[in-house]
Design a protein around this ligand. Structure first.
Ligand SMILES: Cc1ncc(COP(=O)(O)O)c(C=O)c1O
Length: 389
């Protein structure tokens, strides 16, 4: 069994993908080909925003969004320590300082209560001093494992404290929040089409979404060396463009993703829930908690498990691959040691990182495969005495 079976998906979509790719090979516009604009239009329409700008990865989407928001040395941006490093490294890359706020213990997304507490009394972990309110410029909220963070509350706080909100929707393209599509919930929203994401390309690529035309135009310049007209560079930019080939692959996959794959992922995640519910009642595991107003796209089907590391090895022996998202919270990563956060600072993130485990999931898994994973987990707990005992 594969953790995320891209070969199986290709066998289903081969005709569409090959014919899209052939067209690109024939017209030869590998940079800024017509597929890029077509994808941007289709994605803006699907998400329900005015502007979509294709870029070279989710990381580059965050970088371009922060650049367009004029983030620079001396600024502070808040994010979660329980995420992929891109959410915070892009802040640091621009010379600004990431400020971490702990997560909600059920959804693993930014805790609104802790965010409010922090904004009312912000301090710098590096020197323990209070931070001037106006130095905090924005929040990068992350939609972890496929479920949107609580944007009604986050946006309210952002408005009160005069902050921008970037929605890091790298894991939640296709999800919904209060009837709105994910990727439409921040001032700027970004996603990633890393191959294993719910909608993935065949290489790196990403997309930025916004209703703000001015910001969109700035991002379009940033992704193309700061130019609108060739060789007239108005601002500092980079090469952050989306490849035509990636756009073609994504166009070939998009229709099936919207029509079937999202619902398939949800159906299989619910099958996991049904099969594993007993183990939750026995306090061996904790199932994913999706809020009433959310529709998760289950970028990962992630549970908390007692004896997580032993369970992982047990499953490996049965050739069931699993993944740990994420084993070390960002405030304890060596790269961020200069921020001087101590162990114990973000207890929810820290505890979660020792218990979390993601199980195999993609839209093409069979019910038998999910059943086999569940039976194997049950077998593990039947033959194991829990830590507390
Ligand atoms: C939450 C989050 N943000 C950002 C990224 C970065 O995306 P990419 O790998 O396309 O650069 C990822 C990708 O794994 C992610 O999960």
């Amino acid at each position: 069994m594969e953790f995320c079976d891209l070969k199986k998906q290709y066998s289903f979509l081969k005709g569409k993908i090959d014919s899209r790719l052939e067209k690109v090979f024939e017209h030869g516009q590998f940079i800024n080909g017509p597929e890029v604009k077509e994808l941007e239009q289709k994605m803006a329409e699907y998400v329900g925003v005015k502007e979509a700008i294709g870029v070279s990865s989710g990381t580059d989407a965050l970088l371009a969004s922060l650049m367009a928001s004029d983030i620079k040395q001396g600024d502070f941006v808040i994010t979660t320590p329980f995420t992929f490093i891109a959410s915070a490294e892009t802040i640091a890359f621009l010379g600004a300082q990431p400020l971490f706020v702990d997560i909600d213990d059920k959804t693993y997304n930014l805790s609104v209560e802790k965010l409010k507490d922090f904004l009312e009394n912000p301090f710098n972990p590096v020197n323990g001093e209070k931070i001037l309110q106006e130095k905090i410029k924005g929040i990068i909220a992350v939609d972890l494992f496929g479920q949107a963070a609580d944007y009604d509350e986050i946006n309210k706080l952002a408005k009160k404290f005069n902050l921008f909100v970037i929605e890091d929707c790298a894991q939640a393209f296709g999800a919904e929040y209060n009837g709105k599509k994910a990727c439409a919930l921040g001032d700027i929203s970004i996603t990633s089409f890393f191959p294993a994401k719910p909608l993935g390309g065949y290489g790196d690529s990403g997309m930025i979404f916004t209703d703000n035309k001015e910001i969109a135009n700035k991002i379009r310049k940033i992704r193309n060396h700061g130019q609108e007209k060739k060789y007239e560079h108005e601002i500092i930019g980079l090469n952050l463009r989306l490849d035509t080939i990636q756009a073609a692959v994504l166009l070939a996959k998009l229709e099936e993703f919207i029509k079937n794959e999202i619902e398939e992922r949800i159906k299989l995640a619910e099958l996991y829930n049904t099969n594993l519910r007993n183990l939750e009642e026995e306090n061996k595991i904790i199932l994913p908690h999706v809020r009433k107003f959310n529709k998760s796209v289950y970028a990962q089907y992630t549970i908390q498990a007692e004896k997580r590391d032993e369970l992982k090895i047990f499953l490996e022996k049965k050739e069931i691959p699993t993944a740990i998202h994420y084993p070390i919270p960002l405030h304890l990563q060596k790269a961020f040691s200069y921020l001087k956060y101590k162990e114990g600072k973000f207890p929810v993130s820290e505890k979660t990182s020792t218990r979390i485990i993601s199980l195999p999931l993609d839209a093409y898994k069979t019910e038998d495969e999910i059943g086999f994973v569940c039976e194997s987990i049950k077998e593990f707990y039947k033959s194991n005495i829990s830590i507390e005992e």
